[in-house]
Design a protein around this ligand. Structure first.
Ligand code: AP5
Length: 213
């Protein structure tokens, strides 16, 4: 089982790049999306997850690792996964290594999307999402044909609750403190490939696609 990890700060474009890499036969796994699904289902866990996500805090490692364990154990040997937003802490990364060993999986590559803070804030503030099909737009860089209306579903686009100024600030701080150390962790394993994520969507997607052959 092969896996590719997409690493980078909030709003660097992990989801946007993932959409393109799916063409290469990878199953896209976004822990953010899995957690938002729990919120949508209004499970007791979902209620707690919402409180944390709305504040820009991480969901506990054991909850997220439990989701990934279930997914890997149900997968076939030949399946290829693209993880977007996982692992996000050193504890998750270490646990992920153990899980991969137990299913004879490997990390092919860690794609690091590098993006400065000012760009992140602009991207997250301008992001709009379709609640029906999940398509992600940006008011300036990837606008829908009609302002705030999904091109596919024709419904009104919304802003994610964690894309407000205060929560964006918290998310960036949490990234620096808890996720950025993963860069050195994977550099030591010689797995990191960096892409300048300030380039246009097409350029960043092509760079990632080229990387995966
Ligand atoms: P998650 O949903 O993963 O959010 P995130 O990591 O903060 O990343 P985003 O989805 O906000 O951004 P992205 O990098 O995917 O950017 P996108 O492509 O959308 O996680 C949310 C929360 O869930 C976390 O805060 C945490 O609470 C919890 N969580 C998730 N995983 C967890 C874990 N493993 N452990 C614990 N807690 C976890 O692009 C952003 C915008 O920019 C879009 O509008 C897009 O159109 C635009 N854009 C993208 N690329 C470009 C470009 N190159 N040029 C111009 N515009 C661009």
């Amino acid at each position: 089982m092969n896996t590719v990890l997409l690493l980078g700060p909030p709003g660097a474009g992990k989801g946007t790049v993932a959409e393109a890499l799916v063409e290469k036969g990878y199953t896209h796994v976004s822990t953010g999306d899995l957690l938002r699904e729990q919120i949508r289902l209004e499970t007791p866990l979902g209620i707690e997850i919402k409180r944390l996500m709305d504040n820009g805090q991480f969901v506990p490692d054991d909850v997220v690792v439990g989701m990934i364990r279930g997914l890997l154990e149900a997968a076939t040997d030949r399946q290829k996964f693209l993880f977007d937003g996982f692992p996000r802490t050193l504890a998750q990364a270490e646990k992920f290594d153990e899980l991969l060993q137990s299913v004879a999986g490997v990390i092919e590559e860690v794609i690091l999307l590098e993006c400065p803070e000012a760009v992140i804030v602009e991207r997250l503030s301008g992001r709009r999402t379709c609640g029906k099909c999940g398509t992600v737009y940006h008011v300036k860089y990837n606008p829908s044909s009609v302002t705030d209306v999904c091109d596919i579903e024709g419904c009104k686009l919304t802003q994610r609750p964690d894309d407000n100024a205060e929560t964006i600030k918290n998310r960036i701080e949490v990234y620096k403190e808890r996720t950025a150390p993963l860069i050195a962790f994977y550099q030591a394993k010689n797995l990191i490939h960096s892409i300048d994520a300030t380039q246009s969507i097409d350029v960043v997607r092509s760079a990632a696609l080229e990387r995966l052959g």
